[in-house]
Design a protein around this ligand. Structure first.
Ligand code: AMP
Ligand code: ZN
Length: 136
């Protein structure tokens, strides 16, 4: 089996499982960026957001809400990020659809790209219109 998350779902590779239902599995990230870093994956194999069945993605989000509240109750972080990566340019390294639950503490060392700049609504509306042309 060449997909590590499919192997975990099949029970063929080890994992510290947090939650399981018919459509999803949640387990601890093996290289946590903070204590309590959990991954929520589809049981079916999808590469990422571009091919995932929307219902399967919705099931992942339902499990994410459920598990995130338990992570909060167990570890009492100051905050939490959800993170979801698609393709290498966006840091995807395991090509099986998943969402990261990342507990955060004030003063922790995690950083997202920090430089942001206010953009005019005229520009934002132009981009919104380009995206809307592709909604179906
Ligand atoms: P991404 O960069 O969004 O594709 O995230 C993949 C994540 O999977 C990384 O945070 C890895 O640490 C994690 N990971 C890779 N292999 C395993 C594994 N066998 N068990 C648990 N987590 C894993
Ligand atoms: Zn897979």
């Amino acid at each position: 089996m060449d997909c590590i998350f499919c192997a975990i779902v099949a029970g063929a590779a080890p994992a510290a499982v947090v939650y399981e239902d018919d459509d999803t599995l949640a387990f601890m990230d093996i290289n946590p960026v903070s204590q309590g870093h959990v991954l929520v994956v589809t049981k079916e194999h999808y590469r990422n957001l571009y091919d995932v069945d929307p219902d399967a993605a919705a099931a992942v989000m339902r499990t994410t809400v459920h598990v995130a509240r338990a992570v909060r109750a167990a570890l009492q972080p100051d905050g939490m990020n959800l993170f979801q990566s698609n393709e290498r340019a966006a840091f995807q390294s395991v090509f099986h659809f998943h969402v990261h639950i990342i507990p955060r503490w004030i003063g922790d060392e995690l950083r997202l790209p920090p430089r942001v700049q206010r953009v005019e609504f005229s520009v934002l509306r132009g981009i919104a219109a380009r995206i809307r042309e592709h909604l179906y």
